[in-house]
Design a protein around this ligand. Structure first.
Ligand SMILES: Nc1ncnc2c1ncn2[C@@H]1O[C@H](COP(=O)(O)OP(=O)(O)OP(=O)(O)O)[C@@H](O)[C@H]1O
Length: 340
């Protein structure tokens, strides 16, 4: 289990004055300001859960992960990973976690991938059977042998990320912290990475905390979502609950057999003020309506009364739209189930 209680991190930054004279005077008399990167965050993640840690640039995601992995000490508050305070018991914590920071390498820069793996095998005391099982998986899914004996420093970003991901899972950690793990990976490798982590979770109960600006990573891996904005948690719950916070909902149906498309659109927009309707590429009618003005029951009732609802469904709201709305604050509470 991962617990954060009032977790806070402040950075003290030296102010620089503009211009040459300003730079010189900065050297003599330094002034500092404090940036609060993480602002009293609290959450609990179950063992075996897969949580997306979501937030705009600068929201405080990496800083939180650095505290959870023991790289940084909180300014106040605390966190526990499997009962261990990471920054106090760094070695103990390191044994049970796997880490990927897309922006910086966890591997030895001058060593090849096979050499790095041998070192990790010794450090973690990985049993032969586990090592061979995992290596076979990385051969199959990440084509790890193709990286050869090239030093990590000479690998491309995508090649390095394959090695980083494999290294983070090599010792069957209880928890993986993955911060932007798929940057530089093509679609096939992204898919392989998702398969790997989902398999570790299903077969070994590995807990996953993932940050990614690639929302398809989040949808393919995570069940839960923790959204931060300005260093504070603004949503904690399932990904499904997050999607239900959308301020607009949709219904799609096949209008053929009814009045023409133009009439259908007109009737909907007149009967449901605030809703918009239009033709989809497949020739169906899509109705988008404000969730705070209508319940889905009301919208469906109206549509049933006026049209033959062939092939009707309610598409899930788009995660990107929900997040844009969540980051700017003020999210209306979900009114009803939404699904048809
Ligand atoms: N070492 C540091 N010194 C000073 N300020 C820092 C430091 N690390 C992070 N910050 C500041 O803390 C805030 C949060 O940064 P953080 O890297 O945690 O954000 P993030 O959510 O991971 O962003 P991104 O999605 O862009 O990676 C930002 O304002 C950043 O400038």
């Amino acid at each position: 289990m991962i617990v954060a209680e009032g977790l806070t991190k402040d950075f003290r930054i030296a102010e620089r004055r503009p211009g040459l004279l300003g730079s010189l005077s900065t050297l003599l008399t330094r002034e500092y300001r404090t940036v609060r990167a993480v602002d009293g965050i609290s959450f609990r993640l179950r063992a075996g859960s897969k949580t997306a840690y979501i937030g705009a640039n600068g929201a405080g995601k990496s800083t939180t992960i650095k505290m959870l992995t023991g790289i940084m000490t909180p300014s106040s508050g605390r966190c526990l990973v499997n009962g261990v305070e990471p920054y106090r018991q760094r070695r103990e914590n390191a044994r049970s976690i796997g880490v990927v920071f897309g922006q910086r390498s966890q591997l030895w820069w001058d060593l090849s991938v096979p050499d790095s793996f041998q070192i990790l095998r010794r450090i973690y005391g990985i049993p032969d059977a586990v090592y061979e099982r995992n290596l076979a998986l990385y051969r199959e899914l990440l084509d790890i042998d193709a990286l050869g004996t090239t030093p990590v420093r000479q690998l491309s970003l995508g090649q390095r990320m394959r090695a980083e991901i494999a290294a983070s899972l090599l010792h069957d950690p209880k928890v993986v912290f993955w911060d932007e793990p798929t940057i530089g990976l093509d679609m096939v490798l992204k898919e392989a990475v998702r398969t790997l982590v989902n398999r570790a979770n299903a077969e070994l109960g590995t807990t996953v905390l993932l940050t990614s600006h690639d929302l398809s990573d989040i949808s393919a891996i995570c069940d839960d979502a923790l959204v931060v904005d300005g260093g504070r948690v603004v949503h904690e719950g399932t990904l499904h609950d997050l999607l239900r916070r959308a301020d607009r909902r949709s219904v799609v149906f096949d209008h053929r057999g009814g009045p023409g498309a133009r009439d259908t659109v007109l009737r909907i927009e007149t009967g449901l003020p605030g809703a918009t309707a239009g033709l989809t590429n497949e020739g169906r009618i899509r109705v988008d309506y404000p969730a705070d003005a209508f319940t889905s029951r009301h919208v469906l009732g109206f549509l049933l009364e006026h049209f033959e609802l062939a092939d009707c469904y309610a598409p899930e709201p788009d995660l990107e739209t929900v997040l844009r709305q969540t980051y700017r604050g003020g999210v209306p509470a979900a009114r009803d189930g939404g699904a048809v």
